[in-house]
Design a binder for this molecule. Structure first.
Ligand SMILES: *[C@@H]1O[C@H](CO)[C@@H](O)[C@H](O)[C@H]1NC(C)=O
Ligand SMILES: *[C@@H]1O[C@H](CO)[C@@H](O)[C@H](O)[C@H]1NC(C)=O
Length: 495
């Protein structure tokens, strides 16, 4: 598997942009086949009631990684055939009062455990996967946090009947079922404020999930269903995400030619070509948005990926952090050698975390990525799904490391400027202000915000993080934690 993965492009793993190669079995890990069962309100209700012994046994309480906090890891069964793997950590401080974060990694197809052990979680992989080290800037410093492997067949999550998920709207329904199950199983956290935190392809996952939660909450207000809870969704946090490809793909020339870390001479032929291609990509994406037809969207995906992302990948730089070079043979196919170490550590410790021993863990499942790609899932305007939520009081934070070329900060800011919501005009007029961390008193970037009048972190907020790539907490751990803590406590970022 590993050898074959190298053949794919680097981009495969984060945006689902790769040549369509063999159509190898799209099903996951072949376990005994049971009848395919769909879920829905009825199944949800039943599922919540059947707190049977069997599934209780499938969750462990590890004491590695962050031995001083309560942990749960293992499977929650969201239907008879779908089993989602998670690893939960209580907050290092005041877990009883702390909000709950649901962390989703991107891909599509990448495991949230990779982010856990790379930069977001309480421990980081070290020594080629033989050891873990403590992360003092972990996101569980002030929050309880769930790292969830989704959709099915990603990381340790699996289905018994070979079923697969190839689009974000369906993936969101499964994650919603997971949240219901989690809250039924751990009522202690069921009334906590919930923040969805994600990056990269999560810019597409999170709006889909948040909008399912919001719609179901509204439906539950009108017609409560016993055993199904309203979920206290407070905010959505997207780091270097892809949410509005029409705007974001077209920002590639601005980043690659005129950004803080230019890849090409702004007056050279590469930039001229890139600008021409960006305008063709924009037209194809408009057509996809208007017609919402899979083939139209797939042709936009094929064109934009090969013509705009292709050159970034061939530049010899690390596309997730253009300040660095990337040698796929040395640095793994996604340019960070820790990604191999993470696979080593996790495969050596499946038992401890309650993962199914039959599953060989890989950080990213390329079949899942490919299936999403063929649905042109990435080409939809997911940002649009957030309009109702923001108008109803759910806050939105978009932040971006300014050295990432895959989901560059210019495109991220542009989509937030364009984003339709009641704070739109105020956001357009808002000027970027310095973001100075509370502890170090160092300027780490800029904040642009609307709502809150400087007394809160804002209802719609965009943060540029200087000297950081795609994985902001990896490059700027202190700053990322400052941002998280102020955001979840709704404290202004500009004091
Ligand atoms: C790393 O882990 C190995 C066991 O996997 C252990 O023998 C060794 O002492 C550890 N090294 C450090 C520096 O903790
Ligand atoms: C803005 O956010 C606050 C929380 O800081 C919330 O109470 C308020 O309802 C939001 N405003 C709107 C118009 O949604």
């Amino acid at each position: 598997m590993k050898a074959r993965m190298m053949g794919f492009t680097v981009l495969a793993l984060i945006l689902g942009t790769f040549a369509i190669t063999n159509q190898a079995s799209l099903n996951g890990h072949g376990h005994t086949v049971t009848n395919a069962q769909d879920y829905g309100e009825d199944v949800l209700k039943e599922a919540v009631l059947e707190m049977d012994v069997e599934y209780r046994l499938r969750v462990k309480e590890p004491n590695i990684c962050d031995p001083n906090v309560q942990q749960y890891s293992g499977y929650l069964d969201i239907s008879n055939s779908k089993h989602l793997f998670f690893w939960f950590f209580e907050s290092r401080s005041k877990p009883d009062e702390a909000p709950l974060i649901l962390w989703l990694s991107g891909g599509p197809g990448c495991s949230s455990l990779a982010a856990l052990l790379f930069d977001v979680g309480p421990c980081m992989v070290a020594n080629e996967g033989k050891n873990l080290t403590n992360n003092p800037f972990s996101w569980n410093s002030r929050a309880n946090i769930i790292f969830l492997d989704q959709p099915i067949n990603v990381g340790f999550s699996y289905s018994d009947d070979g079923s697969t998920i190839n689009n974000s709207p369906e993936a969101a329904l499964d994650v919603y079922a997971f949240l219901q199950k989690f809250m039924a199983r751990y009522p202690k956290y069921a009334n906590s404020d919930l923040h969805i935190a994600t990056r990269s392809y999560g810019g597409t996952y999170a709006p889909n999930l948040a909008s399912v939660i919001h719609q179901r909450n509204k439906a539950l207000d009108i017609a409560p269903i016993s055993g199904v809870k309203k979920i206290n969704l407070m905010s959505v946090m997207i780091g270097n995400g892809i949410a509005d490809p029409h705007i974001q793909d077209a920002s590639i020339p601005a980043f690659a030619c005129d950004g803080p870390y230019p890849l090409y001479d702004p007056r050279g032929s590469e930039c001229r070509n890139l600008r021409d291609k960006a305008s063709i990509c924009k037209r194809l994406t408009s057509f996809c948005y208007r017609n919402n037809n899979r083939l139209a969207c797939l042709s936009a995906a094929l064109y934009c990926n090969s013509q705009l992302y292709g050159p970034l990948e061939r530049s010899g730089r690390n596309p997730y952090d253009v300040r660095r070079t990337c040698d796929p043979r040395e640095d793994t196919s996604i340019c960070y050698k820790q990604m191999d170490w993470i696979e080593t550590w996790i495969n050596d410790n499946k038992e401890i975390i309650g993962a199914f021993s039959d599953i060989e863990f890989t950080s990213c499942n390329l079949q899942v990525s490919q299936a999403f790609y063929l649905q042109a899932d990435r080409m939809h305007n997911s940002a649009m799904l957030l309009t109702d939520l923001v108008n109803d009081g759910i806050r939105l934070l978009v932040y971006a490391g300014n050295a990432d070329s895959m989901c560059n900060f210019i495109g991220n800011e542009r989509w937030v400027v364009d984003f339709e919501n009641v704070f739109h005009d105020e956001f357009v007029k808002a000027k970027p202000k310095p973001w100075i961390t509370l502890q170090e008193k160092v300027t780490f970037g800029t904040v642009r915000s609307a709502g809150g009048g400087g007394l809160t972190a804002g209802n719609v907020t965009f943060v540029t993080v200087h000297e950081a790539g795609h994985m902001v907490p990896y490059d700027q751990p202190q700053a990322a934690l400052d941002l998280l803590v102020r955001w979840i406590n709704n404290m202004p970022l500009t004091i």
